[in-house]
Ligand binder design. Sequence first.
Ligand code: FAD
Length: 381
Amino acid sequence: MKLRTSAPGLPLLNSPFPLCRSVIRGRRHYVFSASSASSLPPKPRYWLRVAVVTTAAAGVGAFIRSQQDTKSTTLNPVTFTPYYLVSKELVSPSGSIFTLKAPKPVGDNCQVYEEAWKTGVWSVMFKQPQLQIGRDYTPLPPTSGEGREESLRFFIRQDPHGEMSRYLHGLDMGTSIEMRGPQIECEIPLDTQQILFIAGGTGIAPALQAGHTLLSRTNDTYKPEIHILWANRRRDDCAGGTNDSAATTSRSQVSWFSGLLKTSIAGRTPAEPMKSATTFSSLIVKELEALKSKYPGQVTVDYFVDEENTFIGKKAILDLADSAPPDKGSHKRKMIFVSGPEGFISYVAGPKLWAQGMELQGPLQGIIKELDLKDWTVWKL
Ligand SMILES: Cc1cc2nc3c(=O)[nH]c(=O)nc-3n(C[C@H](O)[C@H](O)[C@H](O)COP(=O)(O)OP(=O)(O)OC[C@H]3O[C@@H](n4cnc5c(N)ncnc54)[C@H](O)[C@@H]3O)c2cc1C
């Protein structure tokens, strides 16, 4: 585990995207240090001076308190805002959707969220109050029925050995959870026409965000597209998901989960992706389906499941990249996002680098480099 050594709120990096910053999902950790109060012995004071100083201090204190009170009801990147847990729905054996409500009186959260949703992929940092550690989580796009102003939803994987996720999954309804943000992870430029999103596990949350942001720009003349390749360890993680393209018929023989690139048994024919024997669909699959229904013809999703021996390989990526219409001088941007556990990102696009207290994108490697795709900008989340 690497501690984040830079100041809270990482600096924006030099990148083709003005609002992108470099992070690795799951590695960006933060520990808050306890503030040390000074305890100097009191010195003699004239009563007047005492009165003036006391009055001034009280005034400043009241001002600061009032400022803090005002700020604390509106999500902001500097101070932590207390939200409270209103629901926790099991999505798969390893993950749940958490819904957190903003405090009352409601601040200007609607505006804060709107700005972030318009921009691209974003996250917030949760604080664990006992251990004073921070971890980043990705809000899921709002569903139509939600109280837009008040709540944020998160798909959080339960890691039995993880400090924060264990803490979150053990919380009772109504518990307060402090968060700060938004942190813009990557802007989606307005000229983006195609996104190929390669997601592993909870990396699907930023894929849903990217879909929400990109597709909400749809109009009569502009119909952007997103193609999602989503890899999971087990079918239960994406129950009910069916493939839109032939991508999974071209399977890689390599699994990247567990951080190890274990090669599947030589000569073994990979199993056909299991057709869902039940009508049950996980909540995340339902949200992907809802996105497809809302923007017909603009979204495809393909599922890859380790236990079914279907892995994201070069051909799956190439098929989708090749299906995108050629640029023909239209200067429409085509982007590949890669999001998921560290080993997954390394396998697909090479590892990110750690330099001068910051995590950088690092050179393009992995299977995407081998494909030598032209016209595509790759961004590791
Ligand atoms: C921008 C961003 C967005 C994210 N969005 C999401 C999201 O939407 N949903 C989500 O679920 N996650 C998300 N993450 C990941 C999340 O921030 C956490 O990293 C994750 O929940 C694990 O944190 P933890 O405190 O539970 O685990 P940690 O305590 O940090 O442990 C992480 C892993 O390391 C292992 N470990 C810890 N200490 C040791 C040790 N001493 N020796 C060996 N192994 C050890 C643990 O077993 C565990 O598997 C995101 C990350 C980033 C950077």
